[in-house]
Design a protein around this ligand. Structure first.
Ligand SMILES: Cc1cc2nc3c(=O)[nH]c(=O)nc-3n(C[C@H](O)[C@H](O)[C@H](O)COP(=O)(O)OP(=O)(O)OC[C@H]3O[C@@H](n4cnc5c(N)ncnc54)[C@H](O)[C@@H]3O)c2cc1C
Length: 336
């Protein structure tokens, strides 16, 4: 498959880039590492007339900074550079593991970026195919049509799935995205960045660029963990994943968040299932109970569109959540 003809811009700095995007609006798309965008362009599902390369912005939008109990990652930091950053890897091993699980080290992790991972499009077994494969199908909701092939006749909206590993772990960590436009900067919680709508998964305006992501580490010892089920050990999107962030004070859970990936069009945060852990010692029985509840809470959200049996994925929610919680507890206790 070949790339369609597209105009290519490579602005020299952030303000030039923002001005170009404001001028071109939806006719242009940002190009970071290209490992999500370019395959979609070849498949004819990223139909932009112009790509705006961010390569000259790398010096200003790359790097990991730890300051005043906050960790900030520039949007153009490669997955490999972020995952191998000593401070990030020591403090957030769950995020390191999530980033290391993406694609392959030689390509996606070396050129793919953290910002591109957060903004990667939702995926679909029917949509992410060659134009020849799709030729016999009516255009779906995501392509401006009125049908969803995996959703069947009863589906009234796009049922594509967010399979971005970094997004799930960062969502569990309650991270915030920094967003720039010609009007200035704004901060948006990842909880709000993801709309949950397959047609338009991100709450970003046409003239906005994600410049970075940051999160509070908190005062209490923090344990993080990421568990992903995929068909292969590399080069594979998750069939289901769970991220846990858990803070302990004097052996008792002071705060906990769990998010699931490959469920629907956004990472799914499970609040009620894990809330009873707060104020309690995280015993194996309590963790198992939270994981069982997570399975029940997630069940209605799971979309059947990632190439694995739906019932199996439903059954596996409690397994991946239990694994993530157990490892997060271990790490919070310093046993990483
Ligand atoms: C074979 C293969 C396997 C893969 N496996 C995985 C996997 O296991 N897990 C996973 O999560 N991903 C996987 N990916 C997807 C991809 O490699 C990663 O998501 C990667 O991090 C995307 O980053 P990028 O810089 O290449 O993004 P790009 O492709 O450059 O951009 C992705 C999207 O985000 C937009 N964008 C990029 N940067 C910004 C920004 N700063 N602000 C606003 N919008 C922006 C682009 O316009 C585009 O729509 C895989 C891809 C391939 C080809």
């Amino acid at each position: 498959m070949q790339l369609p003809p597209m105009d290519y811009l490579a602005p020299a700095d952030l303000s030039e880039a923002l001005a170009a995007k404001a001028r071109l609006g939806d006719e242009a798309v940002w190009l970071a590492g290209g490992t999500d965008l370019l395959p979609r362009a070849k498949q004819g599902i990223a139909a932009a007339r112009t790509v705006i390369s961010l390569k000259h912005l790398a010096p200003e939008l790359s790097g990991v900074r730890v300051q005043d109990g906050r960790i900030t990652i520039g949007a153009l930091t490669t997955l490999k550079a972020a995952g191998e950053h000593p401070e990030l890897s020591r403090r957030l091993p769950g995020l390191r593991d999530a980033l290391a699980s993406i694609g392959a080290e030689t390509l996606q992790q070396s050129v793919g970026t953290v910002g591109g991972n957060l903004c990667a499009d939702t995926r679909c077994l029917y949509l992410n195919q060659s134009p020849a494969w799709r030729a016999g199908l009516a255009p779906c909701f995501k392509l401006g049509g009125e049908v969803c092939h995996p959703g069947g006749a009863s589906a009234d909206r796009c049922r594509s799935v967010c399979q971005s590993d970094g997004a799930v772990m960062l969502m569990a960590l309650q991270a915030e995205a920094q967003v720039a436009s010609p009007q200035g900067q704004r901060t948006v919680a990842l909880d709000e960045l993801y709309t949950g709508k397959g047609e338009t998964p991100l709450a970003l305006q046409a003239d906005e660029l994600l410049t970075g992501v940051s999160l509070e580490l908190g005062d209490d010892p923090l344990g993080t963990a990421y568990h992903k089920l995929a068909l292969r050990g590399a080069l594979d999107y998750p069939l289901l994943s769970a991220a846990a962030a858990l803070w302990l004070r004097d052996g008792v859970v002071s705060r906990v968040r769990v998010a699931l990936g490959a469920v629907y069009a956004a990472p799914l945060v499970l609040i009620d299932a894990v809330a009873p852990l707060v104020g309690q010692e995280p015993t194996p029985e309590r963790l198992a109970q939270a994981a069982r509840k997570a399975g029940g809470h997630a069940e209605p959200f799971l979309v059947d569109n990632v190439g694995a049996d739906l019932q199996w994925r439903k059954d596996m929610v409690r397994v991946v959540v239990a694994r993530a919680l157990e490892q997060a507890v271990q790490r919070a206790k310093g046993g990483a």
